[in-house]
Design a protein around this ligand. Structure first.
Ligand code: 26Q
Length: 820
């Protein structure tokens, strides 16, 4: 290596400082007097990036040379969160860089907070993709994340007069130091038009797709570092641009403005992330986005094959492609098209390659959330794919007919086309038929898939079904977000737990050590003080770090039942009002989460939370024993400060509705206890930490089914405290006398209550009393808190990824030697 490179790769404090000022000068064109905080953040980001590039290039070189088997993770969402802190941790230079920056008189934490996080996802599914690619890198598995470089990510939430308002997320405003555009690898994606049969030069029957639109897909690459390894994998996100050549004809006709408009409409494809909103189903732009990134990614994979001189017939040997829900399921038809139409592979062989390439992860049990596309829309946008899907379907249904002779109902149920009324393409069926492995994201969820949503497919191909319980990366969700806990834990059991989370079990005996328990409580209290400062700054509300921090942060949805939580808050408040001297455990209820912009009831739930807060927080009779905080704009960055501060984690979905949940894991790792239902991964968390360290309540999935089958009437549950709570809200007590404001929400509960809020209220309220009592015994609480963390090892995404690699992807690790 030559000298100038050393300047940018050396890991000493002095080298960091020199590189920092060089970047400020040469990249940002600033000198300190004029530099903004963001300039300093970027100068620091480039210091770190410089130290990543050698790993990135060495990794790419090794993979290319060895032609390594590669995982391609197809996801419409990657909710990465801020890169800087995570890269510092994974490079192992966090403390040294903090010193270097602090010595220059700058506030290191303030610089980290400058990063506008890439919020290219809605919630769980997008964040899971981010944890997965980090674990893949840490486990040294060759992999590529393929997705969309949305110009605007998930909207920024503000609370105005207690209501959610949305602002566009301009995360690219000041540039993005973590990405490198690769215009030389741009590809064209076709859309619309028609198909025609023709004979090629060898007189073979072929089909030509004549599109009416072309969009250029330009890859933007972000390095994804493994923790303390030389591996730096790639997240490849596609930006839509106008193609250079396609509109020439238009130009020649002199239609300059028409041509420019085409350019604008091309760029729309990667403009904005859709919120997960059922009202938004069937939007043409959304299907275009999905096809856009899937086609670009598959073409990119063909390019990689070519460079490595691997014949297309071996596509499935080189690549294992995972479909993150049905959003990329069109890949099944697109790979068939690329093989058949563009590479002249015979159907049977192409189908074999396709099935061996893909595996499908389902993330939902809500039937209304299953993706279906109106046939006319599909035909207009992807005429060739519809033909291919019809052919796949015909062959598939023949197979079903042979297996289940005469069962025409089953055939109608399983068809890739829903023909019960208006015709739709069923994306989940396409994903199942085109994959060799299908999995859910927690034990219960995978079981319910087999019994319910995908039952027919399970009966046809039982061996294809499996479970991969979700996990989260301990690097971001412990080492980075909770440095105090990390230090305490490592001082007792060393630091191998960061890459082998099962080692946290070694903390178990320390739960019996009074000194350790005190240290543990001290860490928790410090995190709570940190968060109290954040809450004060963002909401103006003062909270008591000695109160029990009871936290529910997640997307706002009726099935997640934030309203069950707030009904309980109102019940506590009502008890205090009725008997001001009652002895209660002081609590701070913390809520956070975004509602889909068109989901009115979810927005009304937010308004109810903030309205209850306005009354409770100010009522002198409460004497600060209850506080309700709605923290605006819950995202990865805020999450990193919330999970470490929580005492109690609210995981209260109706049993059978939450596929897994992943926030539940982040809380437990950081020593929060869970109050939760028998749903998703809650069940497995309880199994790991022990029933005595978990507050269980509510109906089980079979009980929910039975109650619904017997004709659930919520009004039957409307008595006692619940009745008083409902009447108080109904009366307008929390809405300045406006008895209409919350009517849609309350009437919905009283008359329909599809998620059984009323049925579970009593059980929930009792479990909350146990929580309050348990918190009074600080020593006992500390024990339970330690055991939660100590027994959370299963929920590392490293474990999840190892299972995917062993059972589905068959992708071995490839250690990287640094090129010098
Ligand atoms: C669909 C059509 C049109 C526009 C948007 C969408 C869309 C986008 C995102 C539909 C769903 C999503 C996201 C779903 C999601 O986050 N699911 C969660 O996945 C987690 C990871 O597996 C689980 O832990 C959660 O239980 C599950 O709810």
């Amino acid at each position: 290596r030559t000298e100038p490179q050393d300047e940018r790769t050396a890991l000493t404090k002095e080298a960091f400082q020199r590189d920092f000022f060089n970047n400020l000068f040469y990249i940002l064109g600033k000198f300190p007097t004029l530099a903004t905080k963001n300039d300093y953040y970027q100068a620091l980001a480039f210091v770190v990036r410089d130290r990543m590039l050698q790993r990135w290039i060495s990794t790419a070189a090794a993979y290319t040379k060895q032609g390594s088997r590669t995982v391609a993770y197809f996801s419409a969402e990657f909710l990465m969160g801020p890169h800087l802190g995570n890269n510092l941790v994974n490079l192992g230079i966090h403390d040294e860089v903090r010193k270097a920056v602090t010595e220059l008189g700058l506030d290191f934490n303030e610089l980290l907070l400058e990063e506008d996080e890439p919020g290219l996802g809605n919630g769980g599914l997008g964040r899971l993709a981010a944890c997965f690619i980090e674990s893949l890198a840490t486990l040294q598995i060759p992999s590529l994340g393929y997705g969309i470089r949305y110009e605007f990510g998930i909207f920024h939430q503000e609370i105005v007069d207690g209501w959610q308002t949305e602002r566009t997320d301009k995360w690219l405003r000041f540039g993005n130091p973590w990405e490198i555009p690769r215009p030389e690898w741009a590809v064209h994606v076709k859309l619309g038009g028609y198909t025609e049969p023709y004979r090629d030069e060898f007189y073979r029957h072929r089909v030509r797709w004549v599109p009416d639109r072309l969009v250029a897909a330009v890859p933007y690459d972000t390095p994804i570092l493994g923790y303390h390894t030389n591996t730096a994998n790639t997240l490849r996100l596609w930006k839509a641009e106008a193609p250079e050549s396609f509109d020439f004809a238009v130009f020649n006709r002199g239609d300059y403005y028409g041509a420019v408009m085409q350019k604008v409409s091309s760029e729309n494809l990667s403009k904005v992330l859709y919120p997960n909103d059922e009202q938004l189903q069937g939007k043409e732009l959304r299907l275009s986005q999905q096809y856009f990134f899937v086609s670009a990614s598959l073409q990119d994979m063909f390019r990689i094959l070519k460079i490595q001189k691997i014949p297309v017939e071996r596509f499935h040997e080189k690549f294992a492609a995972q479909l993150n829900d049905t959003h990329p399921a069109i890949a099944v038809a697109e790979l068939m098209r690329l093989l058949i139409d563009e590479n002249v592979v015979p159907w049977e062989q192409a189908w074999d390659i396709t099935r061996r390439t893909f595996a499908y992860t389902n993330h939902t049990l809500l039937p209304e959330a299953l993706e279906c596309w109106p046939l006319p829309l599909f035909a207009k946008l992807l005429p060739r794919h519809l033909e291919i899907i019809f052919e796949i379907n015909a062959r598939f249904l023949d197979e079903v007919r042979i297996r289940f002779y005469g069962d025409e109902e089953r055939i109608a149920r399983m068809s890739l086309i829903d023909e019960r009324g208006e015709r739709y393409v069923r994306m989940a069926h396409l994903a199942c038929v085109g994959s060799h492995a299908i999995n859910g994201v927690a034990e219960l969820h995978s079981e319910l898939l087999k019994q319910d949503v995908l039952r027919d497919f399970y009966e046809l191909w039982p061996t294809r079904f499996g479970n991969k319980t979700n996990g989260v990366t301990p690097r971001r969700w412990m080492a980075l977000s909770n440095p105090r806990l990390t230090k305490l834990v490592s001082s007792h059991i060393g630091d191998e737990w960061i890459t082998d989370l099962s080692q946290l079990r070694r903390l178990e005996p320390l739960a019996e050590d009074a000194g350790f328990r005190q240290q543990w409580l001290d860490v928790k209290r410090a995190c709570k003080c940190d968060f109290a400062a954040v809450a004060l700054k963002k909401t103006g509300i003062t909270i008591d770090p000695d109160s029990l921090f009871d936290v529910q942060v997640k997307r706002i949805h009726e099935y997640k039942r934030q309203h069950l939580n707030i009904l309980h808050v109102v019940a506590l408040y009502h008890r205090l009002r009725s008997n001001p001297n009652v002895d209660i455990t002081p609590r701070t209820f913390i809520f956070g989460g975004k509602a889909a912009p068109g989901y009115h009831i979810a927005k009304l739930i937010i308004k109810l939370i903030t309205s209850v807060g306005d009354v409770v927080n100010r009522d002198p009779a409460v004497r600060d024993r209850l506080k309700v905080v709605f923290l605006p704009n819950f995202n990865v960055k805020n999450g990193q400060r919330i999970y470490p501060a929580a005492d109690l984690s609210e995981q209260v979905s109706t049993a059978g509705k939450e596929a897994s949940g992943t926030g539940n894991m982040k809380f437990s790792m950081n020593g929060a206890l869970t109050i939760g239902t028998m749903d998703g991964a809650n069940i497995e968390i309880r199994e790991e930490v022990g029933a005595e360290n978990f507050f269980l309540f509510g109906l089980t999935t079979p009980e929910v089914g039975a109650l619904k089958a017997s004709g659930y009437n919520p009004a039957n549950y409307l008595d006692g405290e619940l009745k008083e709570v409902v009447e108080l809200i109904r009366s307008g007590f929390f809405s300045r006398g406006d008895a209409e404001l919350f009517r849609p929400l309350i009437d919905g509960l009283v008359h329909h209550d599809p998620y059984l809020v009323f049925a579970d209220f009593d059980s929930y309220s009792k479990a909350q009393q146990q929580v309050s009592a348990a918190y009074q015994d600080r020593d006992h609480w500390a024990r339970m808190s330690i055991l939660n963390s100590a027994r959370s090892g299963k929920f590392s995404s490293d474990r999840t990824i190892r299972e995917y690699c062993d059972d589905i992807w068959k992708a071995p690790a490839v250690p990287i030697r640094l090129l010098t």
